[in-house]
Write a protein that binds this ligand. Structure first.
Ligand SMILES: CC(C)(COP(=O)(O)OP(=O)(O)OC[C@H]1O[C@@H](n2cnc3c(N)ncnc32)[C@H](O)[C@@H]1OP(=O)(O)O)[C@@H](O)C(=O)NCCC(=O)NCCS
Length: 152
């Protein structure tokens, strides 16, 4: 259980976290990222974050900077701890890091069918700015991505 009132911390995602991160990824998605993608993101030095409480990772945000844009590539809360504010804490911390690094906005893509994530992003102040047709694989074919943006 994530306890927002107990001590937790948000820190850089490192190679040592990959096992827990990849396990959460597989629990959270029907089409998860391959472990190698996570390893490559760490290897590439992305400034990604994890939220940890009592030694356990509850969620993570994987993002990168391009020019003055922060690209949020993946944000996940362990399904056992969803709905408790974990992703809200993570994304707030990401805004702080990105602003300190001179970014002026956050951009992301989200599956058209991922209503929970879209609701989460709306609550965070993201607006829909575009659509990428057939961007994602599904178990049956392809689906569109919404492109969303939020100023920092
Ligand atoms: C999207 C996701 C990261 C949200 O994480 P979370 O830690 O549960 O989010 P929070 O508890 O911080 O919720 C913040 C807000 O998001 C929205 N939200 C979260 N879960 C929701 C749900 N099941 N249904 C509707 N809205 C929801 C609500 O607006 C919520 O605010 P509220 O608690 O005041 O109602 C999480 O559902 C997840 O890991 N999903 C699977 C991975 C994924 O799809 N990631 C996004 C890829 S683009």
């Amino acid at each position: 259980m994530f306890f927002p009132d107990n001590e937790y911390h948000v820190r850089q995602l490192t190679k040592a976290d990959l096992e827990q991160v990849c396990a959460i990824e597989k629990k959270a998605y029907s089409i998860p990222w391959a472990d190698k993608i996570h390893a490559d993101c760490v290897e590439s030095g992305y400034p990604s974050l994890v939220l940890e409480q009592g030694g356990a990772i509850m969620g993570y945000a994987i993002f990168n900077y391009l020019y003055d844009e922060c690209h949020l590539m993946n944000i996940v809360t362990d399904p056992n701890f969803q709905g408790l504010g974990v992703a809200s804490q993570l994304i707030e911390e990401m805004y702080n890091y990105a602003k300190q690094s001179g970014m002026v906005k956050v951009i992301l893509e989200v599956r058209d069918s991922n209503l929970v994530a879209i609701e989460f992003y709306h609550k965070q102040g993201f607006a829909e700015i575009g659509l990428r047709k057939n961007y994602y694989k599904t178990l049956k074919g392809k689906e569109d991505a919404l492109v969303m943006e939020r100023p920092l």
